[in-house]
Design a binder for this molecule. Sequence first.
Ligand SMILES: Cc1cc2nc3c(=O)[nH]c(=O)nc-3n(C[C@H](O)[C@H](O)[C@H](O)COP(=O)(O)OP(=O)(O)OC[C@H]3O[C@@H](n4cnc5c(N)ncnc54)[C@H](O)[C@@H]3O)c2cc1C
Ligand code: SF4
Length: 564
Amino acid sequence: MMCAALYRQSTAHAPRHLRGNCLRADNWDNARRERCCPMSRVGVWIIGDQVCRQASSLAGVDRQTPIVFVESRDFCLRRPYHWQKLVLIFSAMRHHARELQNAGRPVHYFHGAADFASALRQFVAGTGIDTLRVMEPNDPGRLGPPGEMERLIGCRVEVTPNNQFLCDDPWFDQWAQRRSTLVMEHFYREMRRMLDVLLDRDGQPLGGQWNLDKLNRRSSIPADLPIPEPFAVAPDAITCQAIDDVHAWFGDRCFGATSPAQMRQLFTWPVTPADADAALDDFLQRRLANFGPYEDAMTGRSWSLWHSHLSVPMNCGLLHPRDIVERTLAYALPRVKRGSLPLNSVEGFIRQVIGWREYMRHVYRREAARNDAAPYAQRNALHADHPLPDFYWTGQTDMACVRDCLRPVIERGYCHHIPRLMVLANFALLHGISPQQVNEWFIYAYADGYEWITTPNVIGMGLYADGGIVATKPYAAGGAYINRMSDYCRTCRYRPDQATGPDACPFTRAYWPFVHRHQRMLATNPRTSLMVRSLSRLSASELTARQQQSRAWLQSIETYRPSG
Ligand SMILES: Cc1cc2nc3c(=O)[nH]c(=O)nc-3n(C[C@H](O)[C@H](O)[C@H](O)COP(=O)(O)OP(=O)(O)OC[C@H]3O[C@@H](n4cnc5c(N)ncnc54)[C@H](O)[C@@H]3O)c2cc1C
Ligand code: SF4
């Protein structure tokens, strides 16, 4: 059945994928131009995480239109961002600016400006524009309250629709309107239909099922299975200059701060669309096949495994999800048909890109727009208020899993999804760490971290602080899960099967106290009610011992440094 469906897909029924209802910059611009004052003098501002060459703000403007890029020191100093993220953004902006300049466009580039407003005021005064065009930022509220920016820079501001995503706001809102709860899996199926992705001629999923995740749960990676080296771009002169500037301007304030020589060795992210295309090719050819089966696996042998690492170029606009989907399908469909590539890997990857990523963006956009007393980012449904332990910053802890997951974060601003969810967020969930502090940490620490994508993942998926808007249950797990899905426990000084005593695994010890603390909420959820029923198997004295030891240990680790 699967082969027949694939055959039809690739021969009789040419895919319409990605035509859908997505907003295209050129469509918007044609409609808009008719309404714009023909005499207005327009300038375009490119924001650092919008270096996409197809930005709607650039569409249709004439070649003389001045374009401005601003590196704001004030913005970068407000938070201890990872140096990897700052180098990435500055280098990607500088490459984009140079490309535009080489094409004869008038570019005004403010290197290390004091702040956005003063640089933009200078741009407005120097060019004589009366309208500054900017694409709607990815982070909601980034331009401040209506009218504020106009007042600050002294000219009209025109916001063009954001076209960095596959699904536009009206389409998602219409889909959401018809539902009482917004379930990702339902949205994903609708996206498959809308984009005509991995469907047979009758509009049914290739392979007969929408979600093939049950084939994607391999935990142990065979010792003789070679793990591919991650794709790496050697820093060119522009990136090296960005490294020197970031080191000189922000130095030790940065997350993961280290010497410029070390930064040159560690910085390997794509900084141009050509680099990002090469990264995608590398993923398709060397890692997609094993992406599915080992998607949830973790190992101290490799930080990169078979993941794509494409969130970094995608989130700053170097790679459009449309291109990822089109090229993945072009590469994968003939191979799946021939039987040389597993469909579960392709479906699993496509689901992350057209499902989870788009869903998270829109759920957060809608939540952030609400005028609620408790804004989404401030929610704390489980009343967790313990401060974030020091080891999230230093990586120094005796917990082998946490240490191994933090190492690539500190060095590269990256670790893959399962360490984020089932180790770093899970630790915080079980131990009642403040969701707001955890969210801030994720935004600072990751090269792909921005408010719009980190917040729903941390507040919603990781810490269940939104009370179940994003996740259908809290992702809480003890040491047994981590032991099953990784090789970390083999080298750990703690034992995953011990819940009390000096060798007790902190995850295992904290698990039942967590269930006990939240039993009323967990009992009402069909996906977690069994957890609460199982709680009765634990004696009262055993529960008390775990609660007391867990609490005492947590109090001790704020200033704790491991012995070795
Ligand atoms: C606590 C927590 C914090 C996170 N913070 C971020 C963040 O700051 N920025 C970010 O881009 N992602 C974040 N994620 C989602 C996910 O972990 C990363 O997108 C993924 O690990 C990026 O690595 P990759 O490109 O190798 O992904 P792959 O495993 O190769 O997946 C392919 C793509 O799917 C998308 N994707 C997969 N899962 C998600 C998800 N849950 N939400 C949104 N997109 C998803 C990403 O764009 C990713 O590039 C977070 C997840 C958790 C649990
Ligand atoms: S024993 Fe516990 S703390 Fe140690 S690696 Fe395993 S899960 Fe992590």
